[in-house]
Design a protein around this ligand. Sequence first.
Ligand code: PMP
Length: 361
Amino acid sequence: MTAIKPQPGIMDIALYVGGKSHVDGVTNVVKLSSNENPFGPSPAAQEAVKRSVHELHRYPSTDHRALRDAIGEVHGVDPERVICGVGSDEIITFLCQAYAGPGTEVVYTEHGFAMYRISALAAGATPVEVRERERVTDVDAILAGCTDRTRLVFIANPNNPTGTMIGLAEVERLAEGLPEQCLLVLDGAYAEYVEGYDGGAKLVEHRDNVVMTRTFSKLYGLGGLRVGWGYGPKDVIDVLNRVRGPFNLSGTALAAAEAAVRDTTFVEKCRSENTRLRGWMAEALAEHGVPSDTSTANFVLARFADQEEAEACDLYLQKQGLIVRRVAGYNLPHCLRITVGDEPSCRQIAHYVGLFKAGAR
Ligand code: PMP
């Protein structure tokens, strides 16, 4: 064992536990634990991946020009203010590396995404967790949690794992009230699921303290290729590009993401199916005595009587080959987060949760 000690804060990082993908002794599982797109990636993205194999001996683009232009065209944003990363996780990491550090604070909410704390600690900053109000982001609590040492505030809108979101007027009130040296990071990993929502892009355009992050891992179905992007003030993007490795994204990932963002027909289909099935599943679970908050994302946070019941239901679903997500690590021990799958898997979830609530074990 080495005597060399890691930097302060590193050993406070709990190892990230991702969604399960198999159950011992059960074949043909349905994985509803990582908020992936049940329809897979767009056919256009799959074709782009196949074409990209002929270029595997080449280093990829360093400036991601083609992907940034495609994002700019489709999302109506300025490509000069876009940065691409290895998932939006990497954009979160860049933000902490560049703006946080020893002596500074990073604020996020009690049911906020795990990477905010991990990246803050990895950068040597102090993580500060503030309360939510009934599983909804509380702007007043965040503002009260900020000090003159706060450099970054992270909120996901919609939030994971609650599925709730706050309106843009509330987001703007938050941005307006932040201390001078502090950036608001608006994590839009699930923004595509909200019809007519720009993830906060317009807000980025008229404020100098807001950065939006987005991902190709959810609605675009490219979680396996790891592509995300950030949109922010030009000088912030310039700062983030200085900590970015020159070849952070593979040519295959860049090609797939470019094709995916342009395939708006596929995006529309996935969004509307998600909305339909999410509503159906939430209602069916509620009829079985399992309520949830109105979700705006591609999952439902199902609430049980207590942790014991949530865990028993999880084990029962696993026996049926259905893998959902425990969220005790997000201060929600009595809940299970269930990704909205395709129609058969939503029906199976409703069916087996119903049997569980009727006493099956
Ligand atoms: N933000 C939120 C709120 C998420 O739920 C996730 C994925 N679980 C991410 C960011 C990171 O996604 P990725 O790195 O795959 O883009």
